[in-house]
Ligand binder design. Structure first.
Ligand SMILES: *[C@@H]1O[C@H](CO)[C@@H](O)[C@H](O)[C@H]1NC(C)=O
Length: 390
């Protein structure tokens, strides 16, 4: 198993290195290894960020899929209680607080795209109306409240599998897997992997209740936010919130990855996918409360930790016309995700940047993909947290 994967990893790296880039003048040495070109079909597949898609042999286009969010509910072990988000009681510390993000005009997108195939550019002026944003990514504890209350069954549970990073899977479970993702051999579809079994059927949430929930599809995320009296943020809202009032910066706090040699996000250190040195403190998904707030809005883990679904359909061509509260294209096959994950390195997936983006089909799930919610109005059951509680 290990030998086959190493060969594949090498092949992918070699292919990545030789894909000619469309805009070479914007490339640096490290970035060169992972540009997928400007072709929408090949865009960023080389890095595996978008490789964790479900096959759609027996199903329609993505547009039909989004209706599944409403259909997805049946009886779970203990649910449904149908108390609603205001009445549910959690045995865990709550992390569902929101902060107000004052509206404003900002430059969305990247002037010198690092991954042009992702549609990072061109930069465009966008106005965002004030809104509320979750301080944290949704944790297993918060998602568990929703599941207990509604009986929601996630798509990974319905399909019976989800993608897990190979190095996180036990030897026992690995033995039974023969199929890998050609474009990203470190992703393996694991039967019985779902939010409650994050690294495969022989793992559970013990000690991980405060970690970001993973193996949730876009449809699952929509259903959770709806239950919570919230909604998914648009890509424009997400990026505006990420940039935190700074202009033309890579990260929510500026351009330096580790200011004062302090780690500000959960990413991959070391040679991906072989070894994560955990210099930032974490191997896989981290508690949603990890690290200080990443910018002046008080938001945590906007970049790094887990990818976050946003509401927009994916495309890579954007008008530079001024837009107010843009919601993305009317439809396409994929949904946008933002922020990168604990699996990102500069060489393999330089997407832990506010302007970076990637995509998956709305029914897809993986071990590095989660979400947070936004809202036009603060749900009545929530108070604005004091700054020092964040
Ligand atoms: C969900 O219900 C189960 C069974 O009653 C319970 O053990 C668990 O703590 C609940 N989860 C949350 C997040 O409250």
């Amino acid at each position: 198993m290990e030998k086959r994967v190493n060969v594949w990893t090498c092949l992918i790296l070699i292919i990545c290195l030789y894909i000619p880039s469309i805009s070479p003048e914007t490339e640096t040495k490290a970035e060169k290894q992972c540009t997928g070109g400007d072709d929408p079909d090949s865009s960023n597949k080389g890095c595996g960020c978008a490789a964790t898609n479900r096959k759609h042999d027996d199903k329609g286009e993505g547009a039909d899929q989004s209706e599944r969010a409403d259909e997805l509910s049946s009886s779970a072990e203990k649910g449904p209680l149908n108390l609603g988000p205001a009445a549910v009681k959690s045995p865990y510390a709550r992390t569902n607080q929101m902060v107000y993000i004052p509206g404003g005009v900002f430059t969305m997108g990247v002037a010198q795209p690092i991954l042009p195939g992702d549609g990072e550019g061109p930069p465009r002026e966008v106005e965002v109306t004030g809104f509320y944003m979750d301080v944290h990514e949704v944790s297993n504890a918060e998602f568990g409240l929703f599941v207990n209350d509604t009986g929601h069954v996630t798509e990974a549970e319905t399909f019976g599998d989800s993608f897990v990073l190979e190095t996180r899977i036990s030897e026992e479970v690995l033995k039974g897997i023969s199929q890998a993702v050609a474009a990203a051999p470190w992703w393996l579809p694991v039967k019985g992997a779902d939010w409650r079994h994050p690294d495969g059927p022989d793992t559970d949430l013990k000690g991980r209740m405060d970690h970001a929930v993973i193996h949730v599809s876009w449809n699952d995320a929509v259903a959770y936010c709806k239950w919570a009296g919230k909604r998914l943020p648009t890509e424009a809202e997400w990026e505006y919130a990420c940039r935190g009032g700074l202009k033309d910066r890579l990260f929510p706090w500026g351009n330096k990855l580790t200011p004062k040699d302090e780690h500000r996000l959960n990413m991959w250190q070391g040679e991906f996918p072989k070894e994560n040195t955990k210099a930032d403190g974490f191997d896989g998904p981290a508690p949603v409360t990890s690290y200080p707030p990443q910018n002046k809005f008080g938001l945590k883990n906007m970049v790094g930790n887990v990818w976050e679904w946003v509401s927009d359909w994916w495309n890579i061509r954007h008008t530079t016309d001024f837009k107010k509260d843009p919601k993305g294209p009317d439809s396409s096959s994929d949904k946008v995700k933002k922020g990168g994950s604990y699996m990102c390195t500069k060489e393999f997936c330089y997407r832990y940047r506010c302007g970076a983006r990637s995509q998956n089909t709305p029914d897809s799930s993986a071990g590095n993909l989660g979400f947070r919610c936004a809202a036009d109005q603060l749900p009545q059951y929530l108070d604005i947290p004091e700054k020092d509680e964040l």
